[in-house]
Ligand binder design. Structure first.
Ligand code: TZP
Ligand code: MG
Length: 225
C-alpha cells in the first residue's frame, strides 16, 4: 500500500541548479526559435527545462503536443530534466520527467495520483501558501517572484530571496529554486538564501546568446560549490 510517508522525493537537487523555463510566448511565438533556444540552453549547461506554453497566441492541442515531443527529444539528447508546466495530461502523454503546477492548478494529490513517480513541482509564494499545500505529494518547489519580472503577467509582488529562508524555517525541506527577475548578478543571493538553483526565463530566452547565458549560469553556480 502506498501511504503518504512512502512517497519519496526523486529529484536530485543538482538537477535544479540551472532551471530554464520557456514557451513560444517568450521567443516571438516562433516554434523553431524555441527549439533553437532550448537546444542552445541545453548545450550551454542548463540542468532542467520546463515547457511553459501560456498566453495569447500560444499553441494548443496537437501543435502543442508535437512541440512538446520535439522539446523532449532535445532535452533527452543533453540529459536535461524535462518538465511540463500545468498540463498534467500533456506531461503523461509525452512521458515527461516531471510536471509543475501552481496553487491555482490541479491539486497536488490528484496530480500525484495521475502521474505516478515522475517529478512533481509546486509554486509556493509564502508561508501561508506553504501551510495550505500538501507538500507530501511534491518533489520540488519554485519560490517567487524573487524580483520584478516581465515574463509573468499575473505575478505577485516580489518577495526577495529571504522568503526562501523563511519557508525553510517554517518547515519546507523539499529542494527549491528561486524564480522571477533572476540574473547572473543576483543568482548568488538566491543560493545563499537556501535555494539549490535558479529558474529563469528572460535571462536565457532573451539573451543575445542563449548558449553563453546558460554557460555563465552553470559556471557561476559550479564555482560556488
Ligand atoms: N513565476 C514566477 S516569476 C515567473 C514565473 C513563471 C517568470 C520568471 O521569468 P523571468 O524572465 O526569469 O523573470
Ligand atoms: Mg500554473
Amino acid at each position: 500500500l502506498l501511504s503518504k510517508q512512502h512517497i519519496r522525493s526523486i529529484v536530485v537537487p543538482d538537477q535544479l541548479q540551472v532551471y530554464f523555463i520557456a514557451g513560444t510566448q517568450d521567443v516571438g511565438l516562433n516554434e523553431d526559435r524555441l527549439l533553437a533556444v532550448v537546444e542552445a540552453a541545453c548545450r550551454g549547461g542548463v540542468t532542467c527545462f520546463q515547457f511553459r506554453e501560456k498566453g495569447t497566441g500560444t499553441l494548443e492541442g496537437k501543435q502543442k503536443l508535437e512541440l512538446a515531443q520535439q522539446l523532449k527529444q532535445v532535452c533527452a539528447m543533453y540529459n536535461v530534466l524535462y518538465i511540463i508546466n500545468d498540463d498534467v495530461n500533456l506531461a503523461i502523454a509525452v512521458h515527461a520527467d516531471g510536471v509543475h503546477v501552481g496553487q491555482e492548478d490541479m491539486k497536488l494529490e490528484q496530480v500525484r495520483n495521475l502521474v505516478g513517480h515522475i517529478v512533481v513541482g509546486i509554486s509556493i509564494y509564502s508561508v501561508e501558501e506553504l501551510h495550505k499545500t500538501d507538500v507530501v505529494y511534491a518533489d520540488c518547489v519554485g519560490v517567487g517572484p524573487m524580483y520584478a519580472t516581465s515574463s509573468k503577467s499575473d505575478a505577485q509582488e516580489p518577495c526577495g530571496p529571504a522568503r526562501i529562508t523563511e519557508l525553510q524555517a517554517a518547515g519546507l525541506t523539499l529542494p527549491c529554486v528561486g524564480i522571477g527577475g533572476i540574473t547572473l548578478d543576483n543568482t548568488k543571493s538566491i543560493l545563499q538564501a537556501g535555494a539549490c538553483g535558479v529558474a529563469v526565463i528572460s535571462a536565457i530566452a532573451h539573451a543575445e546568446n542563449p548558449y553563453e547565458a546558460a554557460q555563465q549560469f552553470k559556471g557561476l553556480i559550479d564555482s560556488g560549490n
